[in-house]
Design a binder for this molecule. Structure first.
Ligand code: ASP
Ligand code: MG
Length: 591
């Protein structure tokens, strides 16, 4: 018999009427011949209310007790849901995370799932029950209740779907599906019918807020198609799948992560291992660093900037403070009033001019870009928070995301771009649940780097730079704009080696007309990409990369991170050695 997992978010179970409506949906699915597992969140804003209560008692509640408290929200809703199904004349049983056997690690308030036993679930299903699982919670080895992080019920749902080999995972929520951006900020936003795991992953952490990013990591790892749809309408919703039949649009969505903080560590000794030390300190506190950018070193020192969630800033600064002392760095600065704007799309890698379009849209509004990072399918910029909403609107409009995509024309030749993992691979992965998985490590030795040095940090400069490069027909790959000192910023780009001369000429002319120092370049760089699932949410990945490179004495020139990749650029001579080091480092995660 086929198994369906249906997840209902907080707004979908906010009151007794809505609980009954959700119960009817599950009953209908059962009557259609499916075994049904419901995953339910806490009612309405109950989790917020519980957090608020705790804060009234203390500023720093122990994380273990926080989990004890927060898990009660879901316990209330699963019990009520089971009662609702009983009252409608059907069999149901509610189960907590512990009763199901969702085992996690012991990182309270952001625990990761280690294993799920399906026996009790299957037994209850075989007895004809609708099984109602409490979302967002689990239990650690010592029987402590844990929670999976805000929004974690999505992850419970997809994880149960993976463990049960379910035929479908439906996420019922208060919106119609995944939009090109947040419709509360950009009313013209359009709903997408299909989106790939990779795009959704980038969008989720870029701030799209529709789904918990770890749930998409699960879906991708185990190839679970996820159907996001509204509890309150019959709109067809959005399918999140491996290979969407998307029309040929370079950009599928734009997103804003509003509450970010930027930290710059000044004067880090420019030697192998220094960056590693800093990253490990932060990773040890389980804080995910996002946009990581290293400024080209000067006089043996480099500045390293990165962003974190604003809520993580105090803990981050404690780690940074230690690292600065231990490294003998100059100091650090931070800005807690920044937001990240990203555009995402699978088609981006092959179409020139995408970056230019984005930077131009911001320049036209007079919005300054403080930092840039890119991945194959995402471009992110950092702007002052006061301009964030305007920036998002401008970018959404520049890519005409409000208009329905043209019919017919599909990506490439329509053949799937990702191999579906084999049965054996899926089984091996099931043993690892939320552990890091590295799918591929690539070395690209075909590129050069040019760095525009000490550009005045004013609106429009990135746009001008990229317009000129695009006009010369140069397709840039990685773009990194670092935080400059004294209102000066460096922009580094990589491009095919054949375009190097042209790019140096353009950069040289620009430097001359702006009165900046001449550009620097490296004729042959090696770009190493580590591609996988959980690259960012596993906080130690970048640190491990740097560790293995440092051990070989290899210096890193540029870094770009995203949800699905970490890219580093090195001197071309180090490529092969670096590739070997990386393959060794991640051998255990290559499943
Ligand atoms: N109730 C939890 C939260 O509000 C989990 C969830 O809704 O997914 O974050
Ligand atoms: Mg929620």
């Amino acid at each position: 018999m086929s198994i369906i997992v249906q997840k209902f978010g907080g707004t979908s179970v906010a009151d007794s009427k809505k609980i009954l409506a959700a119960a009817r949906k599950a009953i209908r699915a059962q009557k259609e011949g499916n075994q049904v597992v419901m995953v339910v969140s806490a009612m309405g804003k109950n989790t917020d209310a519980l957090i608020d209560l705790a804060k009234q008692i203390t500023d720093e509640p122990p994380a273990r007790e926080m989990d004890m408290l927060l898990s009660t929200g879901e316990q209330v809703s699963v019990a009520l849901m089971a009662m609702a199904i009983h009252s409608l004349g059907h069999k149901a049983i509610s189960l907590t995370g512990a009763q199901i056997g969702i085992m996690t690690d012991s990182i309270h308030t952001k625990a990761r799932i280690r294993s799920i036993s399906t026996e009790r679930l299957r037994e209850a299903l075989d007895e004809g029950n609708i099984v109602i699982a409490a979302g967002f919670q689990g239990i650690d080895e010592a029987n402590n209740i844990t929670t999976l992080g805000r929004g974690g019920s999505d992850t419970t749902a997809v994880a149960l779907a993976a463990a049960l080999h379910a035929d479908a995972c439906e996420i019922y929520t208060d919106v119609d599906g995944v939009y090109t951006t947040d419709p509360r900020i950009v009313p013209e936003a359009r709903q997408t019918r299909q989106i790939s795991y990779d795009e959704m992953l980038e969008l989720a952490t870029a701030g799209a807020g529709v789904m918990h990013n770890r749930s998409i990591e699960f879906a991708k790892k185990f190839n679970v198609p996820v159907h996001v749809r509204s509890s309150f309408s019959d709109n067809p919703g959005t399918m999140i799948v491996r290979d969407p039949e998307a029309p040929d649009m370079p950009v599928c969505g734009a997103a804003m992560a509003k509450n970010e903080a930027l930290v710059t560590v000044l004067g880090v000794p420019d030697r192998p291992g220094a960056a590693l030390h800093l990253f490990s300190k932060v990773a040890d506190k389980n804080i995910a660093m996002d946009m990581i950018v290293q400024n080209e070193g000067a006089e043996g020192h480099a500045d390293i900037s990165f962003t974190v969630f604003r809520d993580d800033l105090p803990a981050t600064l404690r780690a940074v403070d230690d690292a600065v002392k231990e490294l003998g760095a100059e100091g650090y600065t931070c800005d807690e009033n920044v937001s990240k704007i990203s555009v995402v799309g699978l088609g981006m890698a092959t179409q020139p001019g995408i970056a230019g379009t984005m930077f131009r849209a911001l320049a036209e509004k007079g919005i300054n870009i403080q930092m840039i990072t890119t991945s194959e399918i995402k471009i992110s910029v950092l702007v002052a928070r006061e301009f964030a909403q305007e920036a998002l609107r401008a970018v959404h409009e520049a890519f005409e995301l409000q208009s329905p995509p043209p019919d017919g024309k599909l990506h490439g030749d329509g053949s799937p771009r990702h191999a579906t993992p084999s049965e054996a691979k899926l089984l091996a992965r099931l043993q690892r649940m939320e552990k890091l998985i590295i799918e591929q490590i690539d070395l690209d030795e075909t590129q050069s780097r040019v760095t525009f040095v000490s550009l005045p940090d004013i609106p429009g400069l990135a746009a001008q730079t990229f317009d000129e490069l695009a006009e010369a027909g140069i397709v840039v790959d990685m773009i990194v704009q670092s935080v400059g000192r004294g209102n000066r910023a460096n922009i580094s780009v990589t491009m095919p080696q054949k375009d190097l001369e042209n790019a140096i000429r353009i950069a040289g002319q620009q430097a001359e007309s702006l009165g900046c120092p001449p550009p620097t370049h490296c004729p042959k760089v090696a770009k190493l990409s580590v591609f996988g699932v959980g690259m960012r949410s596993h906080t130690g990945v970048a640190a491990r990369m740097f560790q293995s490179l440092a051990k070989e004495g290899i210096n890193v020139e540029l870094i770009n991170t995203s949800e699905v990749r970490v890219n580093v650029v090195l001197d071309g001579r180090d490529g092969k050695k670096a590739l070997a080091a990386m393959k060794k480092e991640f051998a255990d995660a290559m499943v």
